[in-house]
Unconditional design. Structure first.
Length: 293
């Protein structure tokens, strides 16, 4: 199976914003989570791999394929689900998918019919195939997005922030489809939802300000900070003081009080209690730069 290998990829936009700074990642078959806050550079990275924009420096290879040079070859094997995609609202899913299949070069109408029906079934849209896309829910639209991304049997699938606005059932269904794909394809899931990565991905990277802060298996990443995360309930007014004195990596309100998590390699004492580390803690530990890197 082919790995997607990204090496020292950099991109600065014409307004001077550096979106990617020597990004290197080795992505094997399976679900790969790309985590980072808004503005981290995730979409820039995704669009570059999907041949939709140019990098300034660096290389991307997929097996034998030079992704940045052999754009036409890449387009044949890639499925891309962008954050937002236009739908023709008055068309039905069946008609649009058939049309997109023609554009993908599937000319034989019998073959096309089989492929389109198969994908509608796979994404649980078959019973809705004759409905206009304007009547689709957010989840149905996302699943349609997956169906179109799968048209040419892609070997590399890129999904950019897919679950925003989906209800839990729709999110679940969407995840199941992605998981199934990850069994024999490289699937890159770009998201800022840490939970999604924990549930779905065997590998992940955290990026911020265009730089890779961590690439690891999520469970191993949790293990790495195990024993170094402590919690304490404080008054809201005390937060600023605590932030000055400790590596506060998370804060949430609980019944009018603040519960904070801190990262510390030694027991901070003073009423802090050790807590089970989560992927959220990993994420914020790296984003806030508290962990030794
Ligand atoms: P993410 O997907 O993680 O939110 P992006 O790749 O969209 O991050 O953006 C990374 C950085 O590049 C941000 O600072 C963003 O404002 C900037 N950026 C993105 N697209 C452009 C563009 N076309 N022109 C200038 N700056 C951009």
């Amino acid at each position: 199976m082919n790995n997607l290998t990204i090496s020292k990829l950099s991109k600065t936009y014409s307004n001077g914003t550096q979106a990617l700074n020597k990004v290197s990642l080795d992505i094997p078959t399976g679900m790969f989570g790309l985590l980072g806050p808004n503005g981290a550079g995730k979409s820039t990275l995704m669009r570059t791999i999907a041949t939709l924009q140019e990098a300034d420096e660096g290389t991307v290879t997929f097996g034998e394929l030079d992704v940045l040079k052999d754009k036409n070859e890449v387009r044949k094997i890639i499925g891309y689900l962008p954050q937002e995609f236009g739908l023709y609202p008055r068309t039905t899913a069946e008609v649009l998918l058939d049309h997109l299949a023609v554009l993908k070069g599937i000319r034989n109408s019998k073959e096309r019919k089989e492929i389109v029906e198969g994908l509608l079934q796979k994404t649980n849209l078959y019973i809705h195939r004759k409905k206009k896309l304007s009547t689709y829910s957010g989840g149905m639209k996302q699943r349609f997005g997956i169906a179109q991304a799968l048209l040419a049997n892609p070997k590399l699938i890129i999904v950019d922030e897919p679950t925003a606005g989906l209800d839990p059932t729709e999110r679940n269904r969407f995840h199941n489809i992605l998981c199934e794909l990850g069994e024999n394809t490289v699937v890159i899931l770009s998201t800022h939802i840490v939970e999604d990565v924990k549930e779905l991905c065997t590998n992940m990277a955290i990026i911020n300000n265009g730089e890779v802060l961590l690439q690891e298996n999520p469970l191993r990443a949790i293990n790495r900070i195990k024993g170094n995360v402590y919690s304490k309930t404080i008054r809201k007014e005390e937060l600023a003081e605590y932030k000055r004195s400790y590596n506060v990596i998370a804060e949430r309100l609980f019944q009018g009080k603040k519960v904070i998590h801190v990262y510390d390699e030694r027991d901070p004492g003073k009423g802090f209690t050790p807590v089970e580390a989560s992927l959220n803690d990993v994420y914020f530990t790296y984003i806030f730069g508290a962990a030794a890197q």
